[in-house]
Design a protein around this ligand. Structure first.
Ligand code: ADP
Ligand code: MG
Length: 206
């Protein structure tokens, strides 16, 4: 991911001021910085959920600045996972594939595979409310990975978890990452987490 001279203003407030950064392919990169520093805004711009006022975003060698979120092939996990409460775990994971109108048998196969990968296969028919916090984040990870994104964006995904679950999830992320070779960009404000997980750390100043 190559971010070049990205600026984002909200009214007269400058959230991102001429930011340029290179995120290496296939690596796990951490983005550290204080609250309000613009980390989430940068992630949303990379995902196509927000737009820059100036500058460009290149993903896997393609100028993605004006592409729709769907066309960017990017997976996203937030700190507080917004699950579809009325859908089962399996249907939540299937969601991205279903809106892309993938064939039913392919969706079924892929969901089974993903639930095994995140060790939730025995919970496929539960509702999100019947999962623990760590299990819900694993479901979020499976949902983000369902469409085989070339880039996985994680916005403080483990911030709401207790220390023990958090470490388990960090190790789990490393396992998934090493198997999928996805480019991962992870926002955290936890220096220890950034050092533990990443190949490279960028620090944003407020
Ligand atoms: P971080 O994720 O590093 O905590 P954010 O990217 O969420 O920071 O926010 C950066 C700054 O931009 C904050 O001061 C925030 O209030 C502001 N901001 C973010 N989104 C909006 C918005 N939609 N409208 C107005 N201000 C915003
Ligand atoms: Mg944020």
């Amino acid at each position: 991911i190559t971010i070049s001279h990205v600026t984002r203003r909200f009214g007269s407030f400058v959230a991102l001021d001429d930011v340029s950064v290179d995120i290496p392919s296939g690596r796990l990169t951490a983005l550290l910085g204080p609250s309000g520093g613009g980390k989430s805004t940068l992630l949303r711009i990379i995902a196509g959920l927000d737009h820059a006022d100036a500058g460009t975003v290149e993903i896997e060698g393609v100028d993605a600045t004006n592409l729709s979120p769907q066309a960017r092939n990017v997976g996203f996990v937030f700190q507080h996972y917004a699950a579809f409460k009325h859908l089962t775990v399996a249907r939540n994971v299937a969601f991205g594939l279903e809106i892309r109108k993938r064939p039913k048998d392919e969706v079924q196969r892929r969901v089974t595979e993903l639930l095994q990968l995140v060790h939730l296969d025995q919970f496929a028919d539960r509702k999100p409310a019947q999962l623990s916090g760590g299990q819900r984040q694993r479901m979020a990870l499976a949902r983000a990975l369902a469409v085989e994104p070339s880039v996985l964006l994680l916005d403080e995904p483990f911030g709401a978890l207790d220390a023990q679950t958090r470490r388990a999830m960090q190790d789990f992320l490393l396992t998934v990452w090493s198997r999928t070779a996805t480019t991962v960009l992870m926002v955290t404000h936890d220096v220890e987490e950034a050092v533990y997980l990443s190949n490279r750390i960028y620090v944003m100043a407020a």
